[in-house]
Write a protein that binds this ligand. Structure first.
Ligand SMILES: Cc1cc2nc3c(=O)[nH]c(=O)nc-3n(C[C@H](O)[C@H](O)[C@H](O)COP(=O)(O)OP(=O)(O)OC[C@H]3O[C@@H](n4cnc5c(N)ncnc54)[C@H](O)[C@@H]3O)c2cc1C
Length: 363
């Protein structure tokens, strides 16, 4: 069998997780340099049709390990099913998302095989023709570590979700599919997933949140952050912020965003009183729609925003909260509830193609 770089992928609600696709794309880059193939592993029940998506993101070959007992995640199940598959594949490098599931079973494989397992990876590489290299966050993101192993060591690297974003799929790519039906004894599974609950936006890991309300030093203190928390609740969004806000104790440390904090990729990112320092912006590059409120019209955050609102957040937030509460009471059918106040109509002069739409407000 050809030497390959192996990516272990995972699914959620029948879809490949974005973190899995990021790993395939990271693997593709490394494999191109090494001249080896990227083989993705699918594990579950009825997962083989996802092979096409993996091919579109860079897999040359896909091994679908399928069994009805794997319909729901079980660390024992994955260990039983995947250990022989991986042994046969003899990977050059193992990549997987740094997720709860992977952290549940891969450390046990690592212990059995004396395999170096590295979490919190932000970049994976092979130097020269075979020295594995990993850059990873340590000390809660305060430091970065560069690790290099002896020639041809098999390393298992867990990539932080959201760290590189998912590129555009290439629909013209195809992957060779191998189906494996493992010998499993579900009676020996000591853990089973009974059901998967939808994530609570208040507690969801920021890297997986679809909407984020983010507060910076401009919120002025814990009361301002609590008000943002109310906004997050109304929008069913997760609450995050800047490192400065976390350092001041207005926000839990694991909820600050940026190069040394969480890398996020939400559909909607709302920033209040955030200046937009490079370290912060580095954590939101893959956000789809960014709305920023700042009293300083020169703040870099406003340059990054798709909709820039220049004004005092303490004046804007209560109005926004009232509007959202009214909307929640009347239901989305009432379009009047969506109308901005007369004083806050977009300044058409600022609607130039190169800059974000600008909303000027006065308290
Ligand atoms: C090694 C290193 C790593 C770092 N890593 C990170 C990181 O990962 N993430 C991160 O976030 N930071 C990081 N930082 C810190 C970063 O450099 C900035 O200092 C920080 O992001 C600024 O936070 P801020 O925007 O909350 O505060 P400020 O820069 O003080 O900005 C506050 C903003 O609020 C606005 N404002 C004030 N009052 C109001 C009001 N009433 N209404 C509206 N707007 C208002 C101001 O105009 C200003 O733009 C790092 C720094 C270093 C040195």
């Amino acid at each position: 069998m050809d030497k390959s770089l192996v990516v272990v992928t995972e699914t959620l609600n029948g879809e490949l997780t974005p973190a899995s696709l990021e790993c395939v794309e990271e693997g593709r880059e490394i494999a191109d340099r090494l001249g080896v193939r990227v083989r993705a592993i699918l594990c579950g029940s009825g997962v083989a049709p996802l092979a096409q998506t993996l091919a579109a993101h860079g897999a040359d070959a896909v091994t679908a390990v399928e069994h009805e007992a794997l319909a729901q995640f079980s660390a024992d199940g994955w260990l039983q099913a995947l250990t022989p598959v991986l042994r046969d594949l003899q990977p050059a490098l193992l990549l997987a998302p740094d997720s709860g599931q992977m952290r549940a079973w891969l450390p046990r494989l690592s212990a059995r095989w004396h395999l170096p397992l590295v979490g919190c990876c932000i970049r994976v590489n092979i130097i020269g023709d075979g020295y594995p290299e990993v850059i990873r966050n340590t000390y809660g993101g305060a430091c970065q570590e560069r690790l290099i192993w002896p020639y041809a060591t098999l390393v298992c690297a867990l990539l932080i979700p959201g760290v590189r974003g998912v590129g555009a799929p290439r629909r013209d790519r195809a992957a060779e599919l191998t189906a494996v039906r493992p010998e499993l004894d579900p009676a020996r599974f000591r853990d089973r997933t009974l059901r998967t609950l939808p994530a609570d936006p208040r507690t969801v890991d920021l890297s997986e949140a679809e909407r984020i309300v983010s507060g910076g030093f401009g919120v002025g203190g814990p009361n301002g952050m609590a008000l943002l928390g109310q906004l997050a609740e109304q929008l069913k969004a997760a609450l995050g912020g800047t490192r400065v806000a976390a350092d001041r104790g207005w926000l839990e440390t694991q909820r600050f965003i940026g190069s040394t904090g969480k890398i996020v990729a939400p559909k909607l990112y709302l920033a209040f009183g955030v200046s937009g320092a490079g370290q912060h912006l580095a954590g939101i590059t893959d956000s789809e729609c960014v709305i920023a409120v700042n009293s300083d019209r020169t703040a870099p955050m406003l340059q990054r925003a798709d909709l820039a609102v220049v004004g005092d957040l303490h004046a804007i937030l209560p109005i926004l909260l009232d509007k959202l509460r009214a909307l929640a009471d009347t239901g989305p059918a009432d379009p009047a509830a969506l109308e901005p106040p007369a004083a806050a109509q977009p300044a058409t002069a600022a609607l130039e193609p190169v800059s974000a739409p600008l909303l000027e407000t006065s308290p």
